[in-house]
Design a protein around this ligand. Structure first.
Ligand SMILES: Nc1nc2c([nH]c(=O)n2[C@@H]2O[C@H](COP(=O)(O)OP(=O)(O)OP(=O)(O)O)[C@@H](O)[C@H]2O)c(=O)[nH]1
Length: 129
C-alpha cells in the first residue's frame, strides 16, 4: 500500500487546491497537495516537506483528518490528510498545472482525484472557518 500525505491548507477562509499536471499520474485531476511518505519518515514531517518542495510554502499542521483508503487499478493508496496553515513562503508551483484558493462551497465544482472525494466531503462537513 502506498502511503501518501496531503494538506488541506486554510488561509483567510479559503482552501488551497492544486491541479496535477498532464505528465503526472491522474493527469489534470484536482488534489490536496502532498506526496509519498518516505521509509521511516513521520507523516506529519512528510507533509511539511512536500509542501515546501512542491509549493514553496511553509506550513504548520493544525490537525489530522480521517485517512482514506482507495484502490486504483494499479495500486492501493492510503491518503492521510492534515489541516494546515501557512506560516511562511510565497506560493510558486514546482510541478502542478494550477493552484487555486477556493471556498468550501466551491470544492464540489472540481474534478477530484478519486481518493480525495471522501476528504472533500469531510472538509465540507467538519471544517469551521
Ligand atoms: N499528493 C497527492 N497525491 C494524491 C492525492 N490523491 C491521490 O490519489 N494521490 C495519488 O498519490 C500518489 C502520490 O502522489 P505524488 O506523485 O504527489 O507523490 P510524490 O510527490 O511523493 O511523488 P514523486 O516523489 O514520485 O514525485 C499518486 O499516485 C497520486 O495520484 C492527493 O490529494 N495528493
Amino acid at each position: 500500500m502506498l502511503i501518501v500525505t496531503c494538506a488541506v491548507i486554510i488561509q483567510h477562509g479559503k482552501i488551497l487546491i492544486c491541479q496535477r499536471s498532464s505528465t503526472m499520474d491522474l493527469p489534470l485531476k484536482w488534489e490536496f497537495p502532498g506526496g509519498k511518505v518516505e521509509p521511516g519518515e513521520d507523516d506529519a514531517l512528510t507533509i511539511v516537506r512536500e509542501i515546501t518542495e512542491e509549493l514553496h510554502l511553509e506550513i504548520e499542521v493544525v490537525r489530522r483528518l480521517q485517512p482514506v483508503e482507495h484502490d486504483y487499478p494499479a495500486f492501493r493508496i492510503r491518503l492521510v490528510p492534515f489541516v494546515a496553515r501557512v506560516i511562511g513562503g510565497q506560493l510558486r508551483l514546482e510541478e502542478h498545472a494550477d493552484a487555486r484558493w477556493v471556498t468550501v462551497d466551491e470544492l464540489a465544482g472540481y474534478d477530484w482525484a478519486p481518493a480525495d472525494v471522501p476528504i472533500v466531503e469531510e472538509v465540507k462537513g467538519a471544517i469551521r472557518f
